[in-house]
Ligand binder design. Sequence first.
Ligand code: ME8
Length: 570
Amino acid sequence: MTAHTPGGDPFYVTTPIYYVNDRPHIGHCYSTLVADVAARTARLLGRDTFFLTGTDEHAEKVSRSAAERGLSPQAWADQNAARFREAFDFMRFSHDDFIRTSEDRHKTRASAMIQQLLDQGDIELGDYHGWYDPSQEEYLTETTAKEHGYKSPVTGKPLEQRTEQNYFFRLDKYEPWLREEIESGAVRVLPEARKNEVLGRMKDGLNKVPVSRRIKPGDADWGITMPGDPEHRVYVWIEALCNYVTAIDTPERAKYWPASVHFMAKDILWFHAVIWPAMLHALGKEPPKVVYAHAYFIAEGRKMSKSLGNFIEIDQLRAYAARYSVDAVRWYLATQGPLGATDADWAYGRFVEVYNADLANGIGNATSRVAQMIEKYFEGVLADRCDGRFGFPDGKALQAALAARERAGNPPTDGARTFELAASTDAAARRAAGVLASGQIDESTAAGVTLVREIDDFITYAAPFTLAKHAEHIEHGQRALGAILYSCAEALRIASLFFYPACPDKMAELWRRWGCDHLHDPNDADSGFKAPLAELAEFGTGKFSLKPGQKIEKGDPLFMRGDPKLDAPA
Ligand code: ME8
């Protein structure tokens, strides 16, 4: 789907593959957005990036809900997978592939992986008796079942006792290896609190994991048959995990393994941090580098549930986007989401507050102000270049601005104050570069917000509007005005790079107005960048810096101010 900056270390980022028994909601969009922001940041940093999302189709609940509708499981899966695709296109996710587990490529690859585990004796036949959660398609330990009153910890539905002959994966064999991987950080489980949880749960010891289900009469013909045993079907979870390998199982994509980061919510961390790395190790493949489990979105202060009927569905996100833009929705998710260990709230009041502060009154307003001044004082053309220290060469631009303020009778300012916008943009670039290792996707957005605040602060201090009024009476007045406005425009160009992973469309629009078509292909907002961030973000004198004589177009506000008195979009 996307073109990439060629070269750079491979970066492979994934989301869970989502069950197709239902419509996409905010939770699915959130995890996929987190991965999208990471993928876009990686591309910006010059990494050769592969971003995978998709749907998990062979669950019993899919065939059950298909039957309730008189549809075949495949027809029902097709309908819902299409809804996920539409939702993700609408959200402007830049995935490179959308995998469906009912595709042949997956069935073939997953079967081959199971076959290998069988051949090696890592999967073996045995009896299983235990608590099963039909709503989540998973077996629970006695401890977990008891702890939740023999109800599903996720849906609250009653657990069932099941006894069956099953195939088991010998997870127990890999316990020492796995503990060492997680403790040493070879497999980083993030956030830190989750790592401790996983290690804590591992203290009970690791048991063999059932990886199949006996096919019962009347069961839909849906799923992957256990290789060599037509009476069993591969348990959907084990099959689903294999998707991460299926998708890159081509000669061109093989370089992306191991996965750089698997993103998901805390509900499915165990599968990704424990079972999956052990399976990979047994298969002779490297485990993922990072397994990142965020917390949950709740809605207006309440847990989202089917019974409360308060899921924030994709249609509601569309309504917000119609009023505030898709980028505004992405921004809220990226900056206010449950990235850490605590849940986060989707709340209309907070949405408008954040939208106004960061976008409408933040980068949007700064962009309008700077463009307006360039239009008014220089007929929309950048007059001078400036290195971000406001000299030509030694701080004269700032001195001229302060002299104008004094002449206008403004109270004296702290003349010793210096603004080093070039240093600020460098610091922001370093901060954004940390995102990939830490999974803290809100570091790039925060770097952008901080930078815009500094630009605003600088405008207030240097008061170019005052300088414009008095320029002819001030030594170097006109030239200083040009240098100051250049600095603001250039700093905003760089700030836009940090807003880009969350707000790709609005930033593409800013680049069009700023004449920055050279950053990427102007006809393809998703195209790779022409150089890594460190080069793109060079202030003033870089190859990608704004050039004197270049036009800056004013245009409408990038983000219209939000009115908190309006009702929530519905
Ligand atoms: O578990 N807040 O699929 P699933 C944030 N098919 N994220 C949420 C959320 C919420 N309230 N609700 C759901 C499955 N999610 C399996 C995965 S992977 C090999 C197989 C997100 O459709 C979050 O990422 O139930 C969570 O882990 C995922 O949806 C569960 O999606």
